[in-house]
Write a protein that binds this ligand. Structure first.
Ligand SMILES: Cc1ncc(COP(=O)(O)O)c(C=O)c1O
Length: 404
């Protein structure tokens, strides 16, 4: 067991098999204690090189020819690479493009249309989620329910929401790792219960992807989305991804019938006919430069291996929980994340009534964490870039703020 101290943190860094990955990032300020990779991951060096090349050689050099020389394939190619590196998804089931909110809307609308078209589907007039789900998901569901005359039922927790799921449920949606507390939902169990209830589920894996192990095919997850600017280090506003299990693809139609989701788009033919496979979930022109950045981030995850990343995530968060208990417990700070390693993603939420001002005071000391209403400080620990000494220094700085 590691000693919970700065020398203990140094010893853990010295023994960390992933320690070398930090050097593969372009870190402008080595003094900054950056504990916010769960909002925006750091900049990989390979992204700098890849984007430079893509801009010069692909955009500058190929110009319009780029579309027939690979750009059109990028959303599905990067999707396949992501599926293999981090999702436990076989090829042909992941597409990258659009924001998380738009991807989420597309899959939820597709699932609702599918259910509505089934015999007796009109009897399923409810959507179920929980109040802890990320705001964009709740708002998108609210909009879908309003547009279709359905009822959105938001329960206090995933377990309470599952108690509401039944013959009237068309769709459920949950986050696998909570954006607030990092609590992990037992995805395969919940997914199986919803299947048994005849409802579809769209999972938000934004806080899971690149931080914990996922086995979407094996878990029969069916439908999922996630962002790529957190633990995938794809950059600010990086395009999000959609996962649609192969066996569902033929029966689902997403609602934005853009030309690039059509069969043979360059025929410019009258009428929309959905393309086969994942391509039908695309709508417009792919964000080529941003896809190159996501690809570089995914390659780093593939190199490090998601099992090792997840293991380090558990070690970092466990060290953070113990350091918080020791240094902050006596000062009124408490751990709001699960204590059991297997039930936690890669951030730790610490509760304190003065959380908002503490986050600002930490920033003036060169420690970046974030605040979530009403009283949470989130310490995001990115296994590829965060060191154990960063965790120690961050928690110690918070103690100093509380004392000072
Ligand atoms: C769980 C989750 N879903 C969605 C989003 C954001 O969606 P978008 O990428 O459309 O802004 C976030 C952003 O932090 C998130 O944490």
């Amino acid at each position: 067991l590691a000693e919970i101290s700065r020398p203990g943190a140094e010893a853990l860094d010295a023994a960390d098999p992933l320690a070398g990955f930090r050097a593969r990032f372009d870190i402008a300020d080595e003094q900054l204690v950056y504990l916010d990779g769960n909002s925006l991951g750091m900049l990989p060096r390979s992204t700098l090189a890849r984007l430079g090349e893509a801009v010069r050689e692909e955009w500058g050099g190929r110009l319009i020819r780029g579309w027939s020389e690979g750009w059109m394939e990028l959303p599905l190619l990067v999707g396949d690479e992501l599926g293999a590196a981090a999702l436990g998804a076989a090829t042909g089931q992941v597409a990258v493009g659009d924001s998380t909110s738009v991807c989420f809307y597309k899959l939820c609308a597709a699932a609702l249309d599918e259910v509505a078209g089934e015999p007796g589907g009109f009897e399923r007039d409810e959507i179920v989620s929980d109040v802890e789900n990320f705001p964009t998901d709740r708002y998108v569901l609210e909009g879908l329910a309003a547009a279709r005359g359905m009822k959105l039922r938001l329960a206090p927790s995933v377990a309470d929401a599952m108690a509401l799921a039944g013959p009237r449920t068309a769709l459920a949606s949950f986050s696998h790792v909570s954006y607030r507390t990092a609590e992990v939902v037992e995805l395969p169990v919940v997914a199986a219960e919803l299947r048994a209830a005849g409802a579809r589920c769209v999972w938000d894996l934004s806080h899971s992807v690149g931080s914990v192990e996922l086995a979407l095919d094996e878990w029969e997850a069916e439908l999922a989305v996630g962002c790529s600017y957190k633990y995938l280090n794809g950059g600010p506003g990086a395009p999000a991804w959609m996962y649609v299990a192969r066996e569902l693809q033929g029966s689902l139609r997403q609602p934005i019938w853009g030309w690039l989701g059509r069969r043979d788009p360059f025929l410019m033919a009258p009428g929309y006919e959905a393309a086969d496979g994942m391509r039908r979930f695309l709508s417009g022109t792919p964000p080529v430069l941003a896809l190159h950045a996501v690809r570089a981030g995914v390659a780093l995850v593939a190199d490090a291996g998601i099992a090792g990343i997840a293991q380090k995530g558990r070690a970092l968060t466990s060290f953070c929980v113990e350091a918080a208990d020791r240094l902050l417990g006596p000062l009124g700070g408490s751990v709001a994340s699960p204590r059991e390693d297997s039930r936690r993603g890669a951030h730790v939420a610490l509760a304190h009534p003065r959380a908002r001002t503490l986050v600002d005071r930490l920033a003036t000391r060169g420690v970046i964490v974030d605040f979530r209403e009403p009283d949470l400080l989130r310490f995001g620990l990115s296994p590829l870039t965060t060191r154990f000494v960063d965790v120690w220094d961050g928690v110690a700085a918070l103690r100093d703020c509380l004392l000072g």
